[in-house]
Design a protein around this ligand. Sequence first.
Ligand code: ATP
Ligand code: MG
Length: 273
Amino acid sequence: MDSPCSKTRNPFTGAEANAVGVKVDAVCKSYAGVEVLKDITFEVQPSEIFVLMGPSGSGKSVLLRHIAGLELPTSGTIAVDGLDPSLEATRDRVRLALVFQDGALFNSLSVYDNLALYPREHRSGDEKAIRERVMHSLRILSVEDSVNKFPSELSGGMKKRVSIARALVTEPQLLLYDEPTSELDPVMSATISEIIATLKNEYSVTSLVVTHDRALALTISNRVGILMDGELVTLGTPDDLNKSKDPRIVDFLNPKIDIKHPRFKELETQAPA
Ligand SMILES: Nc1ncnc2c1ncn2[C@@H]1O[C@H](COP(=O)(O)OP(=O)(O)OP(=O)(O)O)[C@@H](O)[C@H]1O
Ligand SMILES: [Mg+2]
């Protein structure tokens, strides 16, 4: 694993900054008395690719929103580079970007303006420099032809790539991805995996990736955690997971389609004659 002293290199300027780590300590979260995160503890090392998997509804997106500082835990603590991510002052110190599950692009803005929003707000150079940065990010994701389109004119997969490009424009030290390859074809999914790996290898960006994409999880990650019903049930290298004998992990990673299962019989009987 990389040393905590490794540096991130800005993909645009080459400037160096410390690679950042994440510490999640005994985090619990309840909504209206229903516990959706149960005593979660783990660390993401600086410039690590950490993948979080788990069944739908197990709490992955909720956990990611907490690490991004958008929500506060009911109990427990979260630190990004030693700082509370929910504080404004932390966001001035650590560049953190979240790629939302649904893209979360502003529908009233063109792709260009969606990407230019952050550098304009932070007065990162003149418009010419901003345009170069925006186009560079779009080119990395092969969506530069969509620069003048509006989100409603993009396919699901294009929106996904534009939202990753928008995260890159912020020159992140920590990138949080919520299902970066859902809605993408297998070739584009592989490209996204390569981009995440390149950001780590060349720029030491720390990545926390929530995904159902087994190929991504088992090829580019340093470690994988699996959440089930709000609990972190396992944490290990891809190799550890492949060798796991825990039936929950084996069944989750190798789902079987059983057309003799009673639920298929139910469908048959409900089908119109
Ligand atoms: N703001 C909220 N208020 C109340 N309950 C919530 C809220 N956000 C999430 N939940 C609940 O928390 C649980 C975990 O939701 P979450 O979105 O984290 O699932 P997930 O693991 O990301 O699932 P998926 O793979 O389908 O995206 C669900 O039962 C969901 O209904
Ligand atoms: Mg989710």
